[in-house]
Write a protein that binds this ligand. Structure first.
Ligand SMILES: [Zn+2]
Length: 69
């Protein structure tokens, strides 16, 4: 493996995870690790669906079993 470090003209975007300059191979991330981190975030965002607050029993309209008047 040859790691070429071009000190100048690094036009690649910064890694969204850690802020380091991105590597073309792992664009837009700087490493596979950061790519995994992002993937995990994405997955957890998809699967970790926040349960909607139980508003079923809180928001029920008042029953009118006994009609007023
Ligand atoms: Zn990174």
């Amino acid at each position: 493996m040859v790691e070429v470090q071009t000190a100048k003209a690094s036009t690649s975007k910064a890694c969204p995870i850690c802020g380091k300059p991105g590597v073309e191979r792992y664009r837009p991330f700087c490493s596979r690790r950061c790519a995994d981190v992002d993937l995990n975030r994405w997955l957890s965002g998809v699967y970790a669906v926040p349960a909607a607050a139980s508003e079923e029993e809180d928001d029920l309209p008042p029953r009118s079993d006994e009609a007023p008047e």
